[in-house]
Design a protein around this ligand. Structure first.
Ligand code: 3PG
Length: 306
């Protein structure tokens, strides 16, 4: 069996070593395609792969058509909006993710960017602290739960909104459940986004919600750029000069936002929430183990294209 690890943004070398070990032990061949710059390289490499491990790499119909032998694609990470679920399902290719494996890394970056925002991008001027301020967590999944844990260490009040998560789970984590986006955005100076990019959530955070934020509001986005209505965000930030936006991945209108709002916005040049050795090891090795478990034993616990 041939397993292709295709990562435009490579894993740490130590994680690749771990993946290789898992595949070696199973008697499978690892093919590594890192930092590829054209889609053709992926199309060529995937042609004879039985398994495919990716990160945010796009697996669309063209890739799936080229992957004549493919039985499983594992997204080493949480969000699987980069996989064409319908086509993979129609072709009988199982798609899986590795939930939770990189969530601490993303949650730590939330606070890396939040502290930077309240310390005025480290420009030497007097900022503010997080202690006794409130943070609202928009979706209480694996990353959201880690954000809550760390927020409590900062001495923050924590609320969460998640229609898919029972109130008891939120309460047990010592977090206040809220039941509407309006309540979440209007009662928290800090709001951290953890919703996936779906048809329902795309462009769902914009003018109406951002303008509700309390004074000196900071919106933190380590989820997906697609969930933001960028025009609406810009309009709210024009009307509210106290609001800041920090995001782990450039918005489409990054240049315009930077030109308009300067140090009130910050964007990582490349998505780096999960870019730690630990997250790479956890997600990469889990992906390799899941690939082997599926190809060898048919184990399919984390399928996302049922
Ligand atoms: C995820 O969905 O797991 C994160 O966004 C990380 O994505 P990455 O593997 O491309 O860094």
């Amino acid at each position: 069996m041939k397993v292709l690890v295709a990562t435009e943004k490579p894993f740490a070398a130590v994680a690749v070593d771990g993946i290789r070990k898992v595949l070696d032990e199973a008697g499978y061949e690892l093919v590594l395609l890192e930092k590829y710059s054209s889609k053709q390289e992926l199309l060529d490499a995937v042609a004879d792969a039985d398994g495919l491990i990716i990160r945010s790499d796009i697996v669309d119909k063209e890739v799936l058509d080229a992957a004549k032998q493919l039985k499983i694609v594992v997204r080493a990470g949480a969000g699987y909006d980069n996989i064409d679920l319908e086509t993979s399902k129609a072709k009988g290719v199982v798609a899986q993710n590795t939930p939770g494996q990189n969530s601490n890394a993303v949650a730590e970056l939330v606070f890396g960017m939040t502290v930077m925002a309240v310390r005025n991008m480290y420009n030497g001027t007097s900022g503010t602290e997080l202690k006794e301020k409130s943070i609202g967590i928009h979706a209480f999944g694996q990353v959201g739960r880690n954000v809550a844990r760390i927020a409590k260490g900062f001495g923050m009040g924590v609320s969460a909104l998640d229609p898919y998560c029972p109130d008891e789970v939120i309460t047990e984590a010592g977090v206040r459940p809220v039941h509407s986006v309006e309540e979440l955005y209007s009662t928290n100076q800090f709001v951290s986004l953890h919703i996936p990019a779906t048809a329902e959530t795309k462009k769902s955070v914009g003018y109406d919600l951002v303008k509700l934020m309390p004074k000196n509001g900071v919106l933190i986005n380590t989820a997906r750029k697609e969930v933001i209505d960028e025009d609406g965000l810009a309009k709210a930030m024009e009307e509210r000069p106290d609001i800041k936006y920090v995001a782990d991945i450039k918005p489409d209108s990054a240049e315009e936002l930077k030109a308009k709002f300067g140090d009130r916005v910050f964007f990582t040049p490349k998505k780096m929430g999960a870019q730690t050795a630990e997250a790479n090891i956890n997600a990469g090795i889990a992906a390799a183990q899941q690939t082997v478990a599926f190809l060898r034993d048919g184990v399919n616990r984390f399928q996302v294209n049922k």
